[in-house]
Design a protein around this ligand. Structure first.
Ligand code: S3P
Length: 239
């Protein structure tokens, strides 16, 4: 059994707001919460078959930019022996362009259209951990799709706006990080954060506060919740 190496958050909630506006998304999960590595106690699943969770075929991670969806999702998938799918990466692979390019060339509404199409196709898969983009739950169609896809655990990774921006600022220091167009204007980003929060809450089957946790600790907390859940019956899967 191997263990994954993690990075833990370095910016406390009291960090000042950054002046730098190129707040990026990490290219790799291990860099996402920043520099000081720590061991994750979650073992990697050795079998090709993957583990089973009661009544759950897929785990979807939602939350604002910087909430740790990608880094936590990779760890969860590795531990379960499931596949990890990042919605932004899926869109980029289909488009052969980066998310910032799509925003600047075609605008956000077109990006949202691509995002909805990609989400619908990813939700058809089993034994997958899916990291959504932070804005996906703004679209009513995406929320309905998530709510109506059976055997789907939707996990809201929450933190304060200040913590999230601090993490994004730390991630943007990595030259390989992808820029986040919707953090260019922090006032607007904060308004979006407050607008989205109730959507994240409503679609979530479980919410996990992440401010004081590393991605590994968040992954452990998610697994503990899902393993203790009563196996679901009927259409609404894990709800
Ligand atoms: C966005 C979040 C990004 C990406 C795009 C827009 C948003 O994903 O989809 O830049 O509007 O919140 P992450 O939440 O993974 O950074």
């Amino acid at each position: 059994m191997s263990t994954a190496t993690l990075a833990e958050p370095t910016h406390p909630a009291t960090d000042p707001m950054p002046k730098d506006l190129n707040l990026g998304k990490p290219a790799s999960a291990d860099r996402s919460f920043a520099q000081s590595p720590t061991q994750c106690s979650l073992p990697t699943h050795p079998d090709a078959a993957g583990q089973t969770l009661p009544g759950i075929d897929r785990i979807v991670l939602t939350g604002f930019m910087g909430s740790g969806k990608t880094s936590t999702g990779r760890l969860l998938a590795e531990h379960l022996g499931w596949r990890f799918l990042d919605l932004d990466h899926e869109i980029e692979a289909r488009q052969h362009r980066s998310v910032p390019q799509i925003f600047s060339e075609d605008g956000e509404p077109h990006f949202r259209h691509l995002e909805s199409a990609a989400l619908a196709s990813l939700l058809g898969q089993r034994q997958v951990v899916i990291a959504l983009g932070g804005g996906a739950p703004e679209e009513l169609g995406n929320r309905l799709l998530l709510e109506q896809t059976p055997h789907t655990a939707v996990i809201y990774l929450s933190a304060s706006f200040e913590v999230l921006v601090s993490r994004c600022t730390a991630q943007a220091a990595d030259p390989s990080a992808t820029a986040r167009p919707n953090l260019a204007d922090l006032n607007l980003a904060e308004r979006r954060f407050h607008l989205r929060h109730p959507h994240y809450q409503r679609i979530a089957t479980h919410s996990i506060e992440t401010a004081e946790r590393t991605p590994g600790e968040v992954a452990e907390a998610i697994l503990a919740r899902l393993r203790s859940a009563v196996p679901a019956t009927g259409q609404q899967g894990s709800r």
